[in-house]
Design a protein around this ligand. Structure first.
Ligand code: URA
Length: 233
């Protein structure tokens, strides 16, 4: 790809702006300053602008360990948005493939590929999500069966789809819940319907993508090819 086209795609710049930036000597390819827009960028080359590597043009796929206190939207009058945790150019083009509540922690996937995220969020595709849940009150014996059968949520006509509940630590009121729907506040509402309350909610898995254990809250990384492709299975 030509260097000026690379810059247009990576920075959302016009061709004229890209040419100006390149001429200023602020752009290097594999550590060599390039001043011609016609320069051919090879596959896998490292293109830097003002010393900062530019994301390869093309769709982006990221996993973020969302901490508490951040919202999954571009704007919020009160809380910080999780986009402020990203060091990405053109972050306005990115969206969440499924949101978490402000007080929920864990795995969120972020992309600019609408078809890919639709595959995750559309109920038709039954993409599983696993949550680790800490409850306020003790886990009752009938919960596992009740989640498998479906639960009647407040203000909903249909029962929830069969979900898998695993008891991790009865003493700590800790369970793992796997669902493949994404109704508003679904997990909290499911437990509320059984008369319990969620103390803390943490998402660990979406489809085959598991939150990377090496990420600290607030950190993110690009998905691997294998993780990206797993969503199409
Ligand atoms: N269900 C909830 O209730 N909250 C979340 O953040 C995610 C799933």
């Amino acid at each position: 790809m030509r260097l000026d086209k690379y810059l247009c795609d990576a920075l959302g710049a016009t061709r004229r702006e890209a040419t100006k930036i390149i001429k200023s000597g602020e752009v290097s390819v594999d550590d060599v300053v390039q001043k011609s827009g016609a320069f051919k960028v090879q596959e896998g080359a490292c293109v830097e602008w003002q010393g900062r590597e530019l994301a390869k043009p093309g769709p982006r796929y990221l996993m973020l360990f969302k901490p508490q206190g951040f919202v999954c939207s571009h704007e919020d009058g009160f809380n910080q948005t999780a986009f402020t945790l990203l060091d990405e150019v053109n972050s306005k083009d990115l969206h969440f493939a499924g949101r978490l509540d402000v007080d929920t922690t864990g795995l969120v996937l972020i992309t600019d590929d609408g078809q890919w995220s639709h595959r995750i969020t559309s109920p038709k595709h039954k993409c599983e999500k696993t949550y680790r849940v800490w409850l306020v009150d003790p886990i009752e014996a009938h919960y596992v069966e009740q989640f498998a059968q479906g639960i009647e949520l407040r203000n909903e006509r249909e029962l929830t789809k069969p979900a898998k509940l695993e008891i991790v630590d009865a003493k700590e009121h800790e369970v793992l819940l796997t669902i493949h729907e994404g109704k508003y506040h679904q997990v909290k509402r499911m437990f509320a319907a059984l008369g319990n309350k969620v103390e803390h909610l943490h998402r660990e898995r979406i489809g085959d993508i598991i939150l990377d254990e090496s990420l600290e809250p607030g950190e993110y990384r690009a998905l691997t090819e294998q993780e990206i492709d797993s969503i199409w299975k």
